[in-house]
Design a protein around this ligand. Structure first.
Ligand code: B4P
Length: 198
């Protein structure tokens, strides 16, 4: 890494499906020179290229389920190890389970760094459904095309992922941000939080 690992800024962008994680991470990575790792994007890349990982992931993603932890964690580690420069990472869509959060903590510790903050985008369920249905009209994503699958993803979020708020609250690293408004408004809210950290 270009920067000393102990000085890296590693952000977890958090929130339910459709909260704007991918949208905001793409903007923030350039502003802060962070490496953006989206587990959803890596899975979709593998699906497109018909790799073994892609075939496995597709079976879960199309149904709105999470891909198994062991597979996702190994993939995440490989992505982090590949990065060669930047001021740190912005994790988008990872961790999504307690096992993933524990693995991330242990792995970053081994690498001589840690999670700086989890920033959560807070958005009501009905707005999430509307956004994802809207994206489904053009994205070609099977998991956006069908309202039942979208609602399943939101249900999985509450059952398996939402608990991570407690995990990072305990470490005093949790920041909640209102995720409703224009994309620019939300970027400003996120920058206000991040500027205090970097
Ligand atoms: P992801 O790719 O992470 O997809 P997501 O939850 O839908 O969030 P995304 O980032 O796409 O949405 P965004 O808010 O940017 O995951 C997909 C699947 O991959 C999962 O269901 C799972 O199967 C698998 N997976 C991924 N990571 C995993 C992990 N760690 N463990 C296990 N499985 C994993 O955008 C949504 C829409 O809202 C966009 O159309 C955007 O334009 C719009 N939008 C954004 N901001 C807006 C705003 N302010 N106002 C209006 N619209 C807005």
């Amino acid at each position: 890494y270009k920067l000393k690992k102990s000085k890296m800024t590693n952000l977890v962008l958090f929130g339910p499906p459709g909260a704007g994680k991918g949208t905001q991470a793409t903007i923030l990575k350039d502003h802060y020179n962070l490496k953006h790792i989206s587990t959803g994007d890596v899975f979709r890349f593998n699906i497109k290229n018909e790799t073994d990982l892609g075939k496995l992931a597709k079976a879960y993603m199309d149904k709105g389920q999470l891909v198994p932890d062991t597979v996702t964690i190994e993939m995440l580690k490989a992505e982090v190890r590949q990065a060669s420069e930047g001021n740190g990472f912005i994790f988008d869509g990872f961790p999504r389970t307690v096992a993933q959060a524990e693995a991330l903590e242990e792995f970053l510790n081994e690498e001589g760094t840690q999670v700086s903050a989890m920033i959560a985008l807070e958005v009501d369920d009905e707005i999430l459904v509307q956004r994802l249905l809207e994206r489904g009209k053009t994205s070609g994503r099977p998991d956006d095309a069908n309202e039942l699958v979208i609602r399943k993803r939101i249900k999985v979020y509450y059952e398996e992922t939402a608990i991570l708020k407690q995990f990072y609250l305990k470490e005093d690293k949790y920041y909640g941000v209102d995720g409703v408004g224009s994309i620019q408004e939300i970027t400003s809210r996120l920058k206000e939080v991040i500027d205090q950290l970097v």
